[in-house]
Design a binder for this molecule. Sequence first.
Ligand code: R1P
Length: 290
Amino acid sequence: MKIKSSELILNPDGSVYHLNLRPEHVAKDIIFVGDQNRVDRITKHFDAIEFSTQKREFKTTTGTYKGKRLTVISTGIGPDNIDIAVNEIDALFNIDLETREIKKDLTSVNIVRIGTSGSLQTDIPVNSFVLSQYGLGLDNLMRSYLIDGVTDVALEDAFIQHTNWDLKKGRPYFIKNSAELEAKLESDLTFKGITGTAGGFYGPQGRVLRLQIQDPELNHKIDNFKFGEYRITNFEMETSAIYGLCNLLGHHAVSLNTIIANRANGTFSEDPYAAVDKLIVYTLDKLSAI
Ligand code: R1P
């Protein structure tokens, strides 16, 4: 069935609407970052650059690192932008943009996020790395899709009960990473746990400036939540949407974050750039070996 031009919007040059990319521009191993300036901080390590473009916050560069073809894309801040980025990347691989039909043979890509994040645990200090085993969606984005097959309902129920979660804010969901990519990107340098993805930076992550928040105790309830071997390690704004969409579309995803703030003890990294640069080199070396 042909997908209408109002639903999959293409630019006059045939590229997808927001990312400005055509299929030949994107590698099957993709790095997502939030900050558009982080793209160059990654690709400066490349052997060669073959393509670069930018539209709004979506900056893309494709090239090779130690011979491995990689694409780096900035997604800006938040799960809403992840909805655009993952759907448009999937379209580049799995929809014939000329006939507007879904291809018979589908392609899976690898998506690795290199992000920044706040730790919720005193023993996960600033400048450390966290690899997200699950994304905990507190933002509702994935509730627009049919996620019953990919969310862990037992974890959801336990979390809702433990936090006395107000369902007026929507039902949180827990979506797993790609175990295959986790095995390739973990090491003794990576803490592991559940990453909470919030739909905002202040109130949705329990920060109080001038506005009262719905549940001032929520962060504490989140940081002492336990489910078997799992605990919630950190907060950011993209991982659960990446995991949710990749699970549904058949792609592999893993999220790595540098901890730049520790919310449990109130500290902030003295050199967040150096800490992120370490995660960049770590991830590039791991990815080049896949
Ligand atoms: C908030 O400052 C932003 O920083 C974190 C959050 O997820 C959010 O996008 O990640 P990035 O540094 O990757 O953008």
